[in-house]
Design a protein around this ligand. Structure first.
Ligand code: ATP
Length: 315
């Protein structure tokens, strides 16, 4: 089990280097509506950035190059399919500058975990290369570019807690009382491909022949203003949960173990398979994490807090 903030210590990035830290996201609410003409589902979601971080370091170079360490190293392609390189090229094209940088990605966010790690890396790269190339783009301009890279990328430029509509790319901050929420995050062996989880949802819905109403998450937004963890726990929800459980039935045991460990509520994060559990306070989170570790249903367990800011240069 890793302690919360273990990776929070700033380290020098080296001469001419820009180091950007970016959080993972969980969806406190994920309402999935009808399939749109462009084949995306209409979403109403509440994003929440948690203290589980990837890091992108950008250094001057004569070409565009990417190396990586951590979660997914040896598994994740470092070619042009990687969102880090796609983000760097998109920014260079937008600003009409050569895409020259030596990029290093340090990953803690698991691959295909439902925590938007790839989107986080794209957001971090936009912020890092903007600083490396001295472009001075505003956060709004970066978020505009981010939307072309993926629906979750704009949120990870901003961080915090935000409502996402459309494909999730149209974000606006949520009014909430200041303060932090405490979470326990359970990593699962192997990922789930997001498109497959949406397909499974469509299959389950077709079987039910039920329409998919998409109301505003009024209960969750009220709970965030109220600041009572019990109330927030009761308001969490994810329309993709049934599909993720259908593809990965053992997630039911993970959620049950979190509840048995004393969590206020458990939630599959996004398209899964990562599960997150709400705790009353930091000490309670540590207790829940220890009990969940003991249940041996997760690859790794860690404590986190949120909300935290989005992609930011570390000085
Ligand atoms: P989301 O919830 O945003 O759909 P996720 O959290 O389930 O995604 P990610 O780790 O963000 O999953 O990435 C999903 C896929 O994106 C990976 O399996 C990989 O093929 C591709 N990808 C491209 N670049 C990256 C990157 N830098 N980090 C992670 N995945 C990447």
């Amino acid at each position: 089990m890793w302690a919360d903030d273990e990776y929070d210590q700033p380290k020098p990035a080296g001469t001419g280097a820009v180091r950007v830290r970016v959080p993972a996201k969980v969806n406190l609410h994920l309402g999935v509506g009808e399939v749109r003409p462009d084949n995306y589902h209409e979403l109403q979601t509440v994003y929440h950035a948690i203290s589980l971080f990837d890091e992108v370091t950008a250094r001057p170079g004569d070409t565009l190059a990417l190396t990586m360490a951590g979660e997914g190293a040896g598994e994740l392609a470092l070619d042009d399919s990687n969102l880090v390189l796609r983000a760097a090229r998109a920014l260079a094209e937008h600003a009409d500058v050569p895409a020259h940088a030596r990029l290093h990605l340090r990953k803690q966010i698991p691959l295909a975990g439902g925590l938007a790690g790839g989107s986080a890396d794209a957001a971090a790269t936009l912020v890092a290369c903007d600083a490396l190339w001295d472009l001075g783009l505003s956060r709004e301009e970066l978020a505009g570019l981010a939307a072309g890279l993926g629906a979750d990328v704009p949120f990870l430029i901003y961080g915090g807690t935000a409502l996402g509509i459309g494909r999730g790319e149209q974000v606006s901050p949520v009014l909430a009382r200041p303060g932090v929420w405490h979470w326990v995050v359970g990593f699962h062996d192997g990922g789930l491909a997001t498109p497959e989880v949406y397909q499974e949802l469509d299959r389950l819905r077709a079987a039910d022949a039920a329409p998919a109403p998409l109301p505003e998450p009024a209960g969750l937004l009220a709970a965030l203003r109220q600041r009572d963890p019990e109330v927030l726990g009761a308001a969490l929800g994810n329309d993709l949960a049934a599909a993720a459980r259908s593809l990965r039935p053992e997630l039911s045991a993970v959620l049950a173990a979190g509840e048995a460990a004393g969590a206020l509520a458990g939630l599959i994060s996004g398209s899964g398979p990562t599960c997150v559990f709400l705790a009353r306070h930091a000490e309670h989170a540590a207790e829940v994490a220890a009990a969940l570790t003991g249940a041996e249903v997760c690859r790794a367990v860690r404590t986190c807090h949120g909300p935290v800011p989005g992609a930011r240069v570390q000085h």
